[in-house]
Design a protein around this ligand. Structure first.
Ligand code: NDP
Length: 291
């Protein structure tokens, strides 16, 4: 059996096009385009690439991109003062502070300063709490993108067994919350999990967010599972995921590739979240299910 490859790049392109249409409709109504501010502190090369591509994607969707590049030795107070200014700026609907921040800055202090209503990354504890309690709020982009790919592939997820490998605040935990909300029976595995293959053997859905190249083996999977590989690992042979792709292709029914799977979804969902924020901030209704 050879699994199908889930084309995250194509799905993300469709989502970005839809965001573009809705942004084009928003702009004349609000008298301004939706705006996303991205803050980069320091010169981490991977972060600089992410920030560049976020800015480009934002402009391509007909939204305003405000890019703030600060030197690596920026004081925490100065960064927080910038966040405060962006919170107060009516042209800014979404604020994203690119992680990781330099070591002398307390990430939590900065992230919790972002207004929860502009927190399009969904990292603020208020939005984490909203997700945990079923209130509307911003959901972190990567897990929301994974859920979209799963629902596109499987339709209703009710009753399916899902294993999320990884419990970070930005991927694993919100992923598990979204799958629970979608009526899956969810297991969260992590570095202390005993006998991971035993858990994976029964999983209809596997989401791998571990940060170890090719960690999840094909022979651990249930026949016909749908496998979402969140991992982005830079190795000598290029970018690879957290799943042994070749092995998984022999057992699963569908697998996301790396690159070209979850990665493109993250930016597309960021644009989607910014569009939603813009409508809320401007008091313009966005039809339920419009995006
Ligand atoms: P973290 O390092 O924050 O979390 C990794 C998780 O994996 C932890 O919960 C850890 O467990 C768990 N883990 C580590 N070793 C094992 C093991 N041997 N068995 C089972 N679980 C283990 O990573 P992130 O969640 O931030 O990212 C995960 C991956 O996803 C990375 O490759 C990252 O680059 C990628 N990523 C991709 C994005 C995209 O847009 N596609 C966006 C964000 C991340 P414990 O909690 O016990 O330490």
């Amino acid at each position: 059996m050879t699994a199908e490859i889930i084309d995250g790049k194509a799905f993300a392109a469709g989502l970005r096009a839809r965001v573009g249409e809705l942004a084009a409709a928003f702009t004349p109504q609000a008298g301004r385009a939706p705006g996303l501010a991205v803050v980069l502190v320091g010169e981490d090369p991977a972060s600089a690439v992410y920030v560049r591509s976020k800015g480009k994607a934002t402009r391509e969707a007909g939204m305003e991109s405000f890019e703030h590049r600060l030197p690596a030795d920026t004081a925490q107070d100065d960064l927080i003062a910038l966040v405060d200014r962006l919170n107060d700026d009516a042209a800014v609907d979404g604020i994203l502070v690119q992680l990781p921040l330099p070591k002398h800055i307390d990430e939590q202090a900065v992230l919790t300063r972002i207004s929860p209503d502009k927190d399009v990354d969904g990292f603020h504890p208020v939005n984490a709490g909203r997700l945990a309690t079923g209130l509307p709020g911003f959901v972190p982009c990567t897990p929301l993108g994974c859920l979209m790919l799963l629902e596109d592939r499987l339709g209703d997820l009710s009753g399916l067994d899902a294993v999320v490998v990884g419990r970070s605040n930005i991927v694993g935990k919100p992923m598990a919350a979204l799958l629970t909300k979608a009526n899956c029976t969810v297991t969260i595995a992590h570095s202390r999990t005993r006998d991971l293959p035993r858990h994976l053997r029964h999983a209809d859905i596997v989401v791998a967010a571990v940060g170890i190249p090719h960690f999840v083996k094909g022979e651990w999977l249930k026949q016909g599972a749908v496998v979402i590989d969140v991992g982005i690992n830079r190795t000598e042979s290029g970018l690879v995921g957290d799943v042994d792709f070749a092995g998984a292709m022999q057992v699963a029914s569908a697998v996301t590739p790396v690159p070209g799977g979850v990665g493109p979804m993250t930016i597309a969902v960021l644009l989607r979240n910014t569009l939603v924020a813009a409508h809320r901030n401007a008091g313009i209704p966005l039809e339920k299910g419009a995006i």
